[in-house]
Design a protein around this ligand. Sequence first.
Ligand SMILES: Nc1ncnc2c1ncn2[C@@H]1O[C@H](COP(=O)(O)OP(=O)(O)OP(=O)(O)O)[C@@H](O)[C@H]1O
Length: 256
Amino acid sequence: MNVSQIKLSYDQKQNHLDGVTTTIEKGKITTIIGPNGCGKTTLLSVISRNNMPQQGSVTLEQKDIMTYKAKEFAKKLAIVYQQNSVPQDITIEKLVAYGRVPHQQLMKRNVEEDEAAVNWALSATNLTQKRTCKLDALSGGERQRVWIAMALAQKSSILCLDEPTTYLDIFYQIELMELVKKLNKEHALTIVMVLHDINQAIKYSDHIILMKDGKILCEGAPIETVTAERMKEVYGVEVIIQTHESVGTYMIPLSI
Ligand SMILES: Nc1ncnc2c1ncn2[C@@H]1O[C@H](COP(=O)(O)OP(=O)(O)OP(=O)(O)O)[C@@H](O)[C@H]1O
């Protein structure tokens, strides 16, 4: 996916995305990081066609994403938002089955294919045992997996996640990041996500995009992108970055 010279302004005064150009590599985990309000979610919304930029383009498989029909695009890319609202009394399997809508035509439905996709999505997210439960009977971590399962049932090759670990305790955060890694490694999904936790970004990403004020400040492999100087410049925080042979590279925030 090629993102080229994107400019987007919500108010016609300030560019909330200001000339953003990058390439999202197929089969890799790309994470967008940066301070509050720098444009991370806006960039994700442009990539996922939920916001139309005033300038620039995004191409996928050599085609401008705006030229895809809605259902066609949904088969290529699925997005999980930070907050989702649905009636609580719907069963998990019914909810996940909504992910199949892009594959269904008015008079023609492949029931077996739909069932297989839902079963796969439930199993990949470890929700098979919970399929007949209602959403309100699930924990926060399980609910987040339901949204991912719904996106997986879409059977798209790109999965976008907006701050997937927000509101989760540390156990469910790790569980979710491990799920993301598994989906990437075992099912060859291209992942594009927004994270606030820099250590999670370092640990789980192939590629990090560091944003500031609507621009990409730098991007690359985690250890090349997350440096003490840049964390000071972007977040205004003094940090130490260390590498331990069994833990890998990690960051310790010290002071502001
Ligand atoms: N729908 C909107 N209408 C007007 N302004 C918006 C809208 N959405 C976002 N903005 C503004 O655009 C800027 C970028 O917002 P965005 O949500 O992309 O940032 P972010 O980096 O994801 O922030 P956060 O880390 O706080 O989620 C912010 O200044 C925000 O107030």
